[in-house]
Design a protein around this ligand. Sequence first.
Ligand SMILES: [Zn+2]
Length: 142
Amino acid sequence: MTYPEALTCEHPGCLEPTRERKPYCSDHIDDLPYIQELVARICERDEELERVARRGWKEVDPQGLTASEILLQLSLYGDRTVPRLCRDLQLDIDVAEGFAMALARRGMVTLGQTDRGHMKVALASVGHEALREFKLTERKAG
Ligand SMILES: [Zn+2]
């Protein structure tokens, strides 16, 4: 009995049949464009965090994944202290401060201070706007 709909993995040189009409076998599932896109974005994000840690806020990409995650947190939960952002997004304190400063310089957030001396971040209207654009781009990309 043959299965005319059975596919062979599209990875160069691989002859494995695939399941459920997927273009790649389980060994080569990373070849899927959306997985590669995701991996690329995570790599970019990690490299950005490293650069910010080493060289400070000037390395922040205001359109990057981490910036948009911070803006999203602020839009969902309101003002956040930097230590709280660090916990929620698993960032180092100096990295999170770098992002807060970079976003503040672009008018996307405003900075304040809590009674206990922590840096406090609040979403500004420019940040709202940026977040909306980011979501639109995401939807188009997905
Ligand atoms: Zn394969």
